[in-house]
Design a protein around this ligand. Structure first.
Ligand SMILES: Nc1nc2c(c(=O)[nH]1)N[C@H]1C(S)=C(S)[C@@H](COP(=O)(O)O)O[C@H]1N2
Ligand SMILES: [Mo]
Length: 298
């Protein structure tokens, strides 16, 4: 059992709580049920949030800044045909239809925790594929050190881009080793259905150990580059939003604590849980940051 590879069928109250290490330890002790300290997170199962919650409470500023604006407005975006430009330090640059770009890469389900920098969270059953598979197809040149992404700018349907809310296009970036990590996916679906526009159709990034704003939606450009790329929120307010933005309960946002989070739908009083380092994926990703000061590189 690997947390990142859970399917809906695997989501049982016991299984979801154990990362691989805990399961191995528990098996060694001869029992899966007894003696495992689940800690403060025990209330938070990886039971996915509902379709209505995931598609009705969104951040997608191109379609408005209210949480219900994307659900109301993003339906007007046409996602077929959809062209993605791949450029920079790649063997196979070009402008590809999404279908040609993805080609025969199969999709799989990934049930991930999703933690917004605003301190709310959900559990989301994405369908998608590892970004490293796409990077293998486009052929990353050895000089490349980062991947930069851009969202579409469609003024006719995205009213937000007509106003200087952010510096459009929305842009994000990852270090190449973060982009290659098997937890990093491109999502094209949700609950086994095509991903709705408000969640970033037809293809969006999902990096589950980072704050949600890194997971850029409706991608039209992917560039392999040598220098750390611009990232929209970092550029907007570098004191509050770093390039790395790994979920970290020990580094507060200047205006609020990041030590806990409000689970969407869990009610006004029962709904706060402790936030975990790297959003609970530390086993798998902490080593990417060995030797880095995570306060400095927040
Ligand atoms: N292009 C674009 N991508 C974006 C955003 C945005 O406003 N525009 N919001 C980000 C933020 S802050 C979060 S929390 C997630 C929300 O994803 P969801 O609506 O699918 O939950 O998308 C991220 N990706
Ligand atoms: Mo967010």
């Amino acid at each position: 059992m690997h947390m990142s590879n859970l399917t809906r069928a695997d989501v049982t109250p016991e299984a979801i709580w154990m990362n691989r290490r805990q399961i191995i330890a528990a098996m060694g002790a001869g029992s899966l049920a007894g003696g495992i300290g689940f800690g403060a997170r025990a209330q938070n199962t990886l039971e996915p949030h509902s379709w209505e919650q995931i598609t009705g409470y969104n951040n997608f500023y191109e379609f408005g800044i209210g949480k219900d604006d994307p659900a109301k407005n993003a339906g007007a975006m046409k996602t077929e045909p959809w062209t993605v430009k791949v450029d920079g330090l790649v063997d196979n640059p070009g402008e590809f239809s999404l279908a040609d770009l993805i080609g025969d890469i199969p999709t799989e389900e990934r049930i991930y925790r999703f933690r917004c920098v605003e301190a709310w969270s959900m559990v989301i059953p994405w369908n998608g594929f590892e970004l490293n598979k796409l990077l293998a197809k486009v052929g990353v040149k050895p000089e490349a050190k980062f991947v930069a992404f851009e969202t579409a700018v469609l003024p006719d349907v995205m009213d937000g881009v007509n106003y200087p809310i952010l510096d459009w296009p929305y842009r994000e970036g990852l270090r190449l080793d973060e982009a290659m990590h098997p937890l990093t996916i491109m999502a094209t679906g949700l609950y086994g259905k095509p991903i709705p526009n408000q969640n970033g159709a037809p293809m969006r990034l999902v990096v589950p150990w980072k704050y949600g704003f890194k997971s850029i939606k409706s991608i039209v450009r992917m560039s392999l580059v040598e220098d750390q790329p611009h990232a929209t929120w970092q550029q907007t307010n570098p004191k509050e939003y770093g390039f790395y933005s790994n979920v970290n309960p020990d580094v507060d946002h200047p205006r609020w604590s990041q030590a806990s989070e409000r689970v969407i739908g869990a009610g006004l009083f029962g709904g706060r849980i402790d936030t975990l380092p790297f959003n609970g994926y530390a086993d798998q990703v902490a080593s990417l940051y060995d030797g880095m000061d995570l306060r400095e590189n927040f």
